[in-house]
Design a protein around this ligand. Structure first.
Ligand SMILES: [Zn+2]
Length: 70
């Protein structure tokens, strides 16, 4: 059994044994979920939102450009 990778509320390394197939104990499972999901999820959402915003601005720009020229 490996040692839990979680940190206590005091900021110390948890001294419990990690659960089987996990790097965290039952108490620090939420830290594992946060460590796994937050960086990739928010990164993908941000990239997606930026691409959609860029396409939207480009379309509005093209429409305004042609509208002003005529
Ligand atoms: Zn722990």
């Amino acid at each position: 059994m490996a040692q839990c990778q979680g940190t206590t509320r005091k900021g110390d390394r948890c001294k419990r044994d990690a659960r089987e197939g996990s790097a965290f104990c039952a108490i620090h499972q939420d830290q594992e979920i946060r460590a796994r999901s937050e960086p990739t999820d928010s990164g993908e959402w941000d990239r997606d939102a930026i691409v959609k915003a860029a396409i939207g601005f480009a379309l509005v720009g093209v429409i305004l450009f042609w509208g002003l020229r005529r």
